[in-house]
Design a protein around this ligand. Structure first.
Ligand SMILES: [Zn+2]
Length: 577
């Protein structure tokens, strides 16, 4: 067994994928969830615990646990191996074949982030970090909270991280790619972060991929500076704190979206674990999709100032486009989430989240503040302002209810509102595509699954099936042929079988296995026997009627010897049945 197989046999695909996607059990060994590779509202993504593969009926992706990690984390095969091995405490063999140039660069970039985090942490604890520690104290961040979030301090001097990386033997090319350094016109590198409070940013599996740095000197611009994009850090794809929050998001069945690092830390320290922030960018569809894999409800709680409100307004349509159920929390007294938790306490903050209103009411209030609803023009403008958001309402019932609300709020005609909903609903229908596929015959499906899962069935049924002409009529005939060949070689496994098939048949195999999971009937050898017998009988019937036809033909042609020979054959066949 090579390392890949060894690793695969010691990890559970359901557990691994379950870290990224909320999976529900939907069959004996089948789990389903929302596909992480395309945007969808109803789950078409399945994981099979028995045969250890995943498949999406929406976008067609499928594979084993390593393929999933490669595709999801955008990593190479050796990196996926390493990641899974590390996460499961399995030692990696040191083999040069597991490293191409790209992988080596990414590995180096990952290592530099760790080196940087250590350096920043040391500097925060050291003499140069006194001012940063005072700032944290002033903001009410307890030392244990600071440690939990891995906060650090980047010194003013400006070359200490550079030196540390050089000492570790990283090349200039690797350092330039790390996102941690700037480059002067003469080509010399320098530390990107100087005199800043440092927040490590992690990917969903919990590895540091970059940093956000907050200026401590009021004169320093920008106030927040992020790592430059690197082979491992793409701003638009990352949410701050998601790797810690995903557990909480699933438990609470909602996420809380705030604006900044300090908000996440303050809110999380107050016991609201499901909190994340988009760091250094406006919210992106990719970020929303990564939230939605854990829960489709979200409470948006941005800063109370105009910039925060505008950002919230912009994020609403994006969230609705990804079918999120959106509520907006508003905090009184001009406090941001962090300040609110500290001044009013965790319980008061939690109550604010729980009582947060649907985005629609929040938007309607904004419309009322912005437009003069006493005039007809103002009402129309308000309606136009609300339209994009309310058109995105997912449920029909909700739309009707809201139509009345909107009409009442704005004093416009309810019919006009409904007409616009109807148009939007029709647009949505046009966009929908439903992949339809003919279901497999029950006997094929039963036999296939039985043979895949039961050695006795293979021993007992395969030799008989091989002789059966009816197999030629199966949609899955090439799968059966591959099964026969594998069995003859004395080896067997879902994966070996899958590897032998063309793409179309691989698809068919996955469907047959997953469809079977929706069927509750227990798969027994006896059931397989019955299927086989009925196939044999129907095969016999086909043969008998074919022979009868040939006898008649021979008689008509006057070849009586031939007719007689065929009749005897027919007689033998009928007796054998
Ligand atoms: Zn998909």
């Amino acid at each position: 067994m090579d390392f890949k197989d060894q690793l695969k046999s010691s990890v559970d695909i359901v557990k691994v994928i379950g870290e990224y996607v909320r999976l529900r059990k939907s069959g004996v060994s089948r789990y389903t969830g929302l596909c992480p590779f395309h945007s969808e509202k109803t789950p078409s993504f399945s994981v099979h615990a028995g045969h250890q593969f995943y498949k999406c009926f929406g976008c067609g992706v499928s594979g084993d646990v390593l393929k999933f990690v490669m595709e999801f984390e955008h990593v190479s095969f050796p990196e996926a191996l390493k990641l899974l091995a590390e996460r499961n405490g399995i030692p990696m063999p040191k083999r040069a074949e597991y490293a191409d140039a790209d992988t080596r660069l990414r590995t180096a970039v990952f290592q530099m982030q760790e080196l940087a985090q250590e350096a920043f942490r040391d500097q925060l604890a050291g003499s140069s970090g006194a001012e940063a520690r005072r700032y944290l104290e002033k903001r009410g961040v307890a030392p244990e909270v600071s440690a939990q979030f891995g906060l650090g301090y980047a010194e003013r001097a400006g070359r200490s991280l550079l030196r540390a990386c050089e000492r570790q033997g990283f090349t200039a090319e690797q350092m330039e790619a790390s996102g941690l350094f700037g480059k002067r016109d003469d080509g010399a590198l320098y530390d990107r972060f100087r005199n800043r409070l440092m927040f490590p940013i992690h990917n969903e599996s919990g590895k540091v991929i970059g940093f956000g740095g907050r200026a401590l000197d009021p004169g320093d611009e920008p106030k927040y500076l992020n790592s430059a994009e690197s082979p491992i850090y793409k701003k638009s794809a990352v949410l701050y704190n998601l790797h810690r929050a995903k557990e909480g998001i699933r438990k609470a069945d909602r996420s809380v979206l705030v604006e900044g690092y300090m908000d996440v830390i303050g809110v999380s320290a107050a016991g609201v674990r499901e909190v994340v922030a988009s760091c250094g960018t406006a919210l992106t569809a990719q970020q929303v999709q990564s939230l939605r894999r854990h829960a489709d409800k979200i409470v948006v709680n941005f800063d109370p100032d105009a910039a925060g409100a505008n950002a919230a307004e912009r994020s609403i349509n994006l969230l609705l486009d990804e079918s999120m159920h959106v509520r907006i929390a508003e905090l009184e007294g001009g406090l941001d989430p962090d300040e609110y938790c500290k001044e009013r306490g965790a319980d008061a903050y939690r109550a604010k989240l729980d009582k947060a209103q649907s985005y629609f009411y929040w938007l309607a209030d904004r419309a009322r503040a912005r437009f003069d609803l006493r005039t007809a023009e103002g009402r129309m403008a308000g309606f136009q302002f609300l339209l994009p958001a309310i058109q995105r309402l997912p449920e029909k019932i909700e739309r009707v209810a809201v139509a009345n609300d909107v009409a009442g709020y704005l004093g416009v005609d309810a019919g006009l509102v409904l007409e616009n909903f109807r148009k939007a609903a029709m647009d949505r229908r046009d966009k929908k595509v439903a992949p339809a596929r003919e279901p497999l015959r029950a006997d094929e499906r039963i036999l296939l699954n039985l043979l895949l899962s039961d050695l006795d069935a293979r021993e007992g049924l395969l030799p008989r099936l091989e002789r059966l002409p009816a197999v030629e009529q199966f949609a899955t005939r090439r799968i059966f042929k591959a099964l026969f060949a594998l069995h003859a070689n004395g080896q067997f496994g879902y994966e070996e079988l899958h590897a032998r098939l063309e793409e179309g048949d691989q698809e068919l195999l996955a469907s047959a296995v997953l469809e079977d999971e929706t069927n509750t009937s227990a798969m027994t050898l006896q059931l397989g026997e019955e299927c086989l017998r009925s196939l044999e009988r129907s095969g016999l019937r086909t043969q008998v009627s074919a022979l009868k036809a040939r006898v008649k033909e021979a008689e008509r042609a006057g070849s009586l010897d031939e007719a007689l020979r065929l009749a005897e054959e027919l007689h033998r066949l009928e007796r054998s049945g």
